[in-house]
Design a protein around this ligand. Structure first.
Ligand SMILES: [Fe+2]
Ligand SMILES: [Fe+2]
Length: 422
């Protein structure tokens, strides 16, 4: 018997032991011969893997690496290794992620449509750059003054958002009441409808009105999506000479999509909260790029020159990092405390009083950087926090499942959130 990933299980395979869901609920007995319907149901229940009778792992698992051209694999490994230079690829989880990224890179190299991401390829050699260091205008930013001057003066979320939240917390609000508030903003409503009708949400029939979306998707979930759309619009005009904004939001959306998928395997009900946390996890960097451009340029150049993680350079040269700034901004915006915690602690999940959601965003961010989808300025994959991995408590098999699932939807979700059309 051996543990087989759900996407490798085929009709006719036989369970080698009783199958339970993540909450210990009995699903199917040992000896059951799996049908296509069973497999579909298991996927819907979030089952990641099952023990199958009479199967050898190598027969069904991904042996794609050995089937590919060795020279391509060697080149892909060289490229990917540069991004993993701060990660311990001897650890089984990071090793699996590293293997999946090599495979993805090799497939990209062989495909006619390689993913466009200059950052990813430029980290390939891993050599420190001998670029000219820009001059730092002053040694450090006074954190308290910076907060007083910028965060406290930042615009609040638009009125529509506080109206949505006010309506949600009223105990007698109906889906129609909430729908009516959101529908007042036609551009927001149109975008939300496009998002909930996308393949990522996979609802069987078309959702044609906001009040219907509230009923089907849920009030808090729709409110999370609405704040994501609103925040992206608020930061549309950040100057792009420091960071490529398209790449920034692509990384953020990749992290949000990964976080939402991991949350669903974890059994978290409001997966949209995790999507929003992932979407906003690096928002503190936009504040730095906008209000401290000289410092931000210096920190980016130093990270590139020394090959040190950007986050560490922020600490060394600013005394604080983007995660702290982002958390303060979300606090000012009165977003739910779990989102604020996930953003504040996505690089140090165990410091949070609620470590699960920061741990999920931490892993989702690592996966977004590892797969090289966009960048918020960081060129490397952060080292995996092993306590965070333990806190999530899922099998290594979720890495492959999440990457494959996310890959199908990131471009589409990016288009819905970031395109200029309303
Ligand atoms: Fe970050
Ligand atoms: Fe990030």
């Amino acid at each position: 018997m051996c543990l087989i990933k759900i996407n490798k299980i085929e009709p006719g395979m036989m369970l080698a032991e009783n199958l339970k869901d993540r909450n210990g609920r009995f699903l199917l007995p040992s000896g059951a011969s799996l049908t296509a319907r069973h497999i579909k149901m298991l996927k819907m229940w979030g089952v990641i893997e099952a023990n199958i009778e009479g199967i050898i792992a190598e027969d069904v698992e991904d042996n794609a690496i050995s089937e590919m051209d060795p020279a391509t694999i060697e080149m892909a490994e060289k490229m990917v290794r540069g991004c993993f230079r701060h990660s311990n690829t001897d650890h089984p989880v990071t090793r699996e992620l590293f293997r999946l990224c090599i495979l993805q890179k090799a497939r990209e190299m062989q495909s006619d449509h390689p993913r466009e991401n200059a950052e990813f390829d430029d980290r390939s050699e891993g050599d420190a750059e001998t670029n000219e260091m820009p001059e730092l205008m002053s040694t450090k930013i006074d954190f308290n003054k910076f907060i007083q001057r910028h965060i406290l003066k930042l615009p609040t979320l638009p009125m529509i958002f506080s109206k949505i939240n006010e309506t949600i917390v009223k105990p007698n609000s109906s889906a129609n009441d909430i729908g009516r508030v959101i529908s007042k903003d036609t551009s927001l409503s149109a975008r939300l409808l496009r998002i909930v009708n996308s393949a990522f949400y996979g609802f069987p029939s078309k959702i044609d009105s906001i009040s219907r979306a509230v009923t089907i998707v849920g009030t808090r979930q729709l409110s999370s999506l609405a704040s994501g759309v609103t925040v992206i619009n608020m930061f549309k005009d950040v100057p792009s000479d420091i960071v490529d904004m398209k790449s920034f939001w692509k990384h953020s959306i990749a992290c949000g999509v990964n976080a939402r998928i991991i949350a669903s395997y974890q059994g978290i009900q409001n997966t949209e909260r995790l999507f929003l946390s992932g979407l906003l996890h690096d928002i503190g960097r936009l504040i730095l790029y906008t209000y401290a451009p000289d410092h931000a340029t210096y920190v980016l150049a130093k990270a590139k020159r020394t090959n040190i993680m950007l986050n560490r350079v922020e600490y060394e040269d600013l005394d604080f990092d983007h995660a702290k700034i982002g958390g303060l901004l979300l606090k000012k915006w009165k977003l739910p405390v779990l989102i604020e915690q996930a953003v504040t602690y996505h690089h140090s999940p165990q410091k949070s009083q609620y470590p699960l959601e920061p741990s999920i965003v931490h892993l989702a961010d690592i996966m977004a950087n590892a797969t090289g989808i966009g960048s918020s300025g960081e060129r490397f994959v952060s080292p995996l926090d092993l306590d965070a991995w333990e806190c999530i408590g899922l099998s290594t098999n979720i890495l492959d499942l999440t990457i494959k699932q996310a890959d199908q939807h990131i471009e589409e979700i990016f288009k819905f959130f970031c395109s200029d059309e309303n």
